[in-house]
Design a protein around this ligand. Structure first.
Ligand code: HSE
Length: 439
């Protein structure tokens, strides 16, 4: 019988503590499936904290890099987080000293995934990262292994539980953005720095990993167009509802004629679409592939136990000796990402303008759009709040919301038209622009 795989865990936050708990609960089952797994050492910032886990029998390391180098380990589990600093140093130390690495660190992979995969390849060890994208959903395995017989054309979805939780609660309970974010932090969904979540960067990190796996390309997070959700107002959510849409933060990577388009932004999706039904902290990833068609995986995208479930699956794979090239192909065979510029993106748009309530303003806006060959699908003007002024002078000082949706046009055309609308002086705030996805 093989000796158990000796595991060291660095980072005992929400996910780390759950990993320790699950390893202990599943010890026998993991052993029955082949080589057993034994947690032998841990490292974290504070030693004397009650985490509700039993680490009495484990060696304690103050320094995660020392843990990563320890000859007492076969597999180093990195749950520290952050794209650089100690997480990167520890993962490099583990790989260089011939240890398998399991990590949930999407920021690290987005920034250095290619170099780390090269290091793993050179040392003949695993670099496993199922937990880095979409929490508990086994999306990495699905793309890398289960769909090997397919050419993948598009990967898209809701990849950040915090944003989906915030948008869902703002929509249903009319709560403020700040209150919803505070709750997400309290529940352990948000990143240490929540601007990663609400700014769209966490989604972008995950998307960069999925795009590399889907298209066999070198990871290129810098090529991703990113917009977050902090500009979404209750009025946008209400207008979306009136127009038959919901607003979701989507990550989309797709092959088109100019290359691979990677983008993260709030998106209007039809209320009756499958993606619109995904609420709260749940994530969903849809893959379009030539042989199998369309597949959607839905599940918990954040939270300790859900993410730890993916970490433990990777540890079990390492124990059974089941690992290959981290991104599915040897490094030398990954293609360079050919970036499709966002300006060439084509689709429908929702535009909300704050328009001065005076004759000809709406007509001037419609004219600017018509001049850019943009066809309007709908246009709604809301009456001003408060009493109606009889005096046109008084009225013309107030701004009223005008919301329009367009048929498919290009990013360049809509941006240029809105620049002209702004220059015409009829609007009082920068336009709100939200892309529409109808599929
Ligand atoms: N902050 C992340 C989220 C956690 O909200 O989805 C999982 O990566």
């Amino acid at each position: 019988m093989d000796q158990p795989l000796r595991v060291g865990v660095a980072g005992l936050g929400t996910v780390g503590a759950s990993v320790v708990r699950i390893l202990s609960r599943r010890e026998n089952a993991l052993g029955r499936a082949g080589r057993g797994v034994r947690l032998v050492a841990v490292s974290s910032r504070t030693r004397n904290r009650d985490r509700g886990i039993d680490i009495e029998r484990c060696a304690w390391f103050d320094d995660p890099v020392a843990l990563a180098r320890s000859s007492e380990l076969d597999c180093f589990v990195e749950l520290i987080g952050g794209s650089d600093g100690v997480a990167k140093a520890a993962v490099e130390a583990a790989l260089e000293s011939g240890k398998h690495v399991v990590t949930a660190n999407k920021a690290l992979l987005a920034a250095h995934g290619l170099d780390l995969a090269r290091l793993a390849e050179k040392n003949g060890v695993a670099l496993a990262f199922e937990a880095s994208a979409a929490g508990g959903i086994p999306i990495v395995k699905t793309l890398r292994e289960a769909l090997a017989g397919n050419e993948i054309t598009r990967v898209s979805g809701i990849l950040n539980g915090t944003c989906n939780y915030i948008l869902s609660r703002m929509e249903h309970e009319g709560l403020s953005f700040e209150d919803c974010l505070a709750d997400a932090q309290r529940l352990g969904y948000a990143e240490a720095d929540p601007t990663f979540d609400v700014g769209g960067f966490d989604t972008a990190h995950k998307l960069s990993i999925l795009a590399s796996l889907a298209f066999g390309t070198e990871i290129d997070a810098d090529a991703i167009y990113v917009e977050g959700i902090s500009s979404i107002t209750p009025l946008d959510l209400k207008m979306a509802d009136d127009l038959g849409f919901r607003i979701k933060l989507l990550g989309v990577a797709e092959r088109n004629k100019s290359g691979i388009e990677q983008r993260v932004h709030p998106t209007m999706v039809p209320k009756d679409s499958a993606i619109a039904q995904v609420m709260g902290v749940t994530n969903a990833v849809t893959i379009d592939a030539d042989a199998v068609g369309e597949i959607t995986l839905v599940g918990p995208g954040a939270g300790g136990d859900a993410t730890a479930s993916a970490v433990v699956a990777d540890i079990a794979d390492v124990a059974r000796g089941r690992f290959g090239a981290p991104f599915g192909l040897p490094i030398a065979r990954l293609e360079k990402m050919k970036r499709a510029p966002m300006q060439r993106h084509e689709g429908g748009y929702y535009v909300r303008l704050s328009v001065l309530d005076r004759p000809g303003a709406a007509a001037a806006i419609a004219t600017r759009l018509a001049q850019a060959d943009i066809s309007l699908e709908s246009i709604v003007q809301r009456r001003a709040e408060g009493p109606v002024h009889d005096d046109p002078e008084q009225r013309s000082l107030r701004a009223v919301p005008v919301v329009l949706t367009t048929y498919a046009t290009s990013e360049t055309a809509i941006r240029a038209a809105l620049d002209k609308v702004s220059a015409d002086g009829h609007i009082t705030e920068p336009p709100q622009l939200i892309r529409i996805e109808r599929e």
